[in-house]
Design a protein around this ligand. Structure first.
Ligand SMILES: [Zn+2]
Ligand SMILES: [Zn+2]
Length: 325
């Protein structure tokens, strides 16, 4: 193969790799966040959650699977505050006020993650009241996913993949490549879950922190890229049978160091918040005794539904909209 053909093939691979935009922390990080959140729960909840830790870990990425089969799913994972064309602090905190000002259609386009976290919290509280194992598990795994997504600065800006600043690929670089390379060295001792007085306001605060961090995320990478030998920025790795072009380990390390622990901090905050939203829902449900349902497995129906979603997402089949609750 001559050099030209090689470069051409690399470009193709690069396009394929970078276009498969995952929209959320990589699988590794989502699973780790839900898994780790269990250990910050108080003793009264720990037994139930520990018994179901495999479910919560495995299905941490289920909402991403649904993006391929449910048209309404995508906006639940992000918000683009710039699209509202008013300062982020002026965006109405409450859903109805925001709908009145911008219309439901626009909100679905701009992204709805803070409101959806609040909605999930409300449903999780009801599930605890009913001691409904299926719903507690499904909603706990799902809300963990959305809370984690809201912690990613590139989920809270319209320049979500650096496409406006010639930095395509930065999304997966920040949320997948770096945590997958260095996440095992992160310190996840984050203390106990806290009671969240106002779940909606807290969801907005998470989004605002992410939004405030987006400029560092983008400008640091730009600065690094401008000053980095271009032949050392990427490397070739084999993933299974595929050969892919990835940001090199050295480049990833340099970027991660420039960010000064930001990714580790956002991941830790995500873990603490996931645990705290679970805990808050349980408190608001009246602290039901979970020992009677501690050993109950999720139903065959739920497991079949999740399996079906995975199959449908692969085949691109589109089931009816009311599929997710
Ligand atoms: Zn997501
Ligand atoms: Zn993402």
């Amino acid at each position: 193969m001559n050099k030209k053909t090689f470069t051409f093939l690399l470009t193709i691979i690069l396009i394929i790799t970078f276009n498969s935009h995952s929209w959320s922390w990589g699988f590794w990080a989502h699973k780790r966040i839900n898994h780790q959140a269990v250990f910050s729960l108080p003793p009264d909840m720990l037994g139930f959650y520990k018994n179901h830790i495999d479910y919560l870990t495995k299905h941490a990425t289920a909402p991403d699977t649904r993006r391929y089969i449910i048209p309404d799913e995508a906006p639940r994972h992000f918000i683009n505050p710039e699209r509202f064309k008013i300062p982020i602090d002026s965006i109405p905190e409450h859903w109805q006020a925001a709908v009145d000002l911008f219309s439901n259609d626009s909100l679905q386009e701009y992204g709805i993650v803070p409101w959806y976290i609040n909605e999930m919290e409300f449903r999780l509280t009801s599930a605890f009241k009913a001691k409904d194992v299926d719903k507690i598990l499904k909603l706990s795994a799902d809300i963990g996913h959305y809370i984690a997504d809201a912690h990613v600065p590139l989920h809270c800006t319209s320049n979500y993949n650096g496409q406006q600043t010639n930095q395509e690929g930065i999304h997966a670089f920040w949320e997948s490549r770096i945590p997958e390379l260095f996440g095992n060295d992160y310190n996840f001792f984050i203390g106990r879950a806290i009671y969240i007085k106002n779940p909606l306001k807290t969801a907005w605060n998470i989004v605002k922190e992410s939004y405030n961090a987006k400029d560092s995320v983008l400008t640091f990478e730009k600065r690094l890229s401008d000053n980095y030998p271009s032949d050392k920025k990427f490397s070739i790795e084999t993933k299974g049978k595929k050969t892919v072009k990835v940001y090199s380990i050295e480049y990833s390390k340099a970027y991660s160091e420039m960010l000064g622990g930001m990714i580790e901090r956002r991941m830790c905050s995500a873990i603490l918040m996931v645990s705290s939203y679970w805990y808050t829902a349980w408190v608001n449900a009246g602290q039901p005794n979970l020992s009677s349902i501690e050993n109950k497995e999720p139903s065959i129906e739920l497991m079949n539904q999740l399996k079906q979603e995975e199959q449908d997402s692969k085949s691109g089949k589109s089931p009816n909209k009311g599929h997710v609750d």
